[in-house]
Design a protein around this ligand. Sequence first.
Ligand code: G6P
Length: 354
Amino acid sequence: DAAKSGYDHYMKKEIHEQPRAIRQCLRGRIAEPDGGITLEGLADLEPEGMVQFVACGTSSNAARYGARLLREHGIPTQTFLASEYTADAVPVDEETLVVGVTQSGETADTMRALREANGAGATTLALTNTVGSSAARECDHVCYIRAGPEIGVAATKTFVSQQVALALFTGALVGDSDPAFLEGLRELPELVQTVLDSSRAREVADAYVDADAYFFIGREYTAPVAFEGALKMKEITYKHAEGFAAGELKHGPLALVTENTPVFALLTAGSRLEKTLGNVKEVQTRGAPVIAVTDVPEEVGRYADHVLEIPSTHPQLTPILANVQLQLVSYWVANRLGRSIDKPRNLAKSVTVE
Ligand code: G6P
């Protein structure tokens, strides 16, 4: 219990450690005052071809976020679930940079994908939390996310640190970062702290603890957070939860929506809010309660039954803040249901078999 520093669960402690984890990830990596980003060991990395991401679970949601950031800067990317990556079926050669996103650095599926990529002559990079891990040793380059040890099986602070490391990685590759983006990164620890201090996630969890299922919708930068919100909910509550790219709702998932399936809508400025609002109206027509996670509450509040507010920042960084609200909702639902939050049934922190 001493190791939990007064928190009931490691997961809660680790959620609250996120401002510190972000500070550690940023430390010494953004030069003052010019804002140049340096990631040790990656100075000479200049990918000429495709950047491919391979990852599993929560790390694959971080990878999707990172891929979106790179694409926005004109760098071509592909994202693969590591278990689906086979060098004979994927175009990979000496010009490809393959990035393994893995907090443990030991996940068997990710390790196999990285070995195949190395075998095909690609340059490989491990983005990991674990110094000296198998991924760190296998890859040509390593970038540490510096989250500190994570005990809870459900990844929280390592996910945030992966997102921040991928934002830094993008800045380092692009070379010339937008000053507003750098400012957003610098202020991120305080903004996450604001979310932690002011969140109304517990009220939302109380209101919907008996729901049949939970759906999460996001678009562009927030789609990976919708996937991650659902994954976290499944892992620790054992309830049905799904994340969708908002535009996909009408292509099937809408059939699942009822008055007992709350929909968490990521409605942030910069992620084509108006379009996602259209999807919100579709679920409301079917009677579903809507919880808006938003940095523009005055614009979207009237479309929602509950609002989980996040501070405004650079649009590419709002997904990081929105995710913290969803972590807290899952935590409180699991808590109300009396689940084994730190060690959910059937799951392991690190999966070393394929
Ligand atoms: C396991 C864990 C997940 C994690 C995944 C990938 O399934 O339970 O929380 O996201 O492995 O782990 P990695 O260490 O590769 O990031």
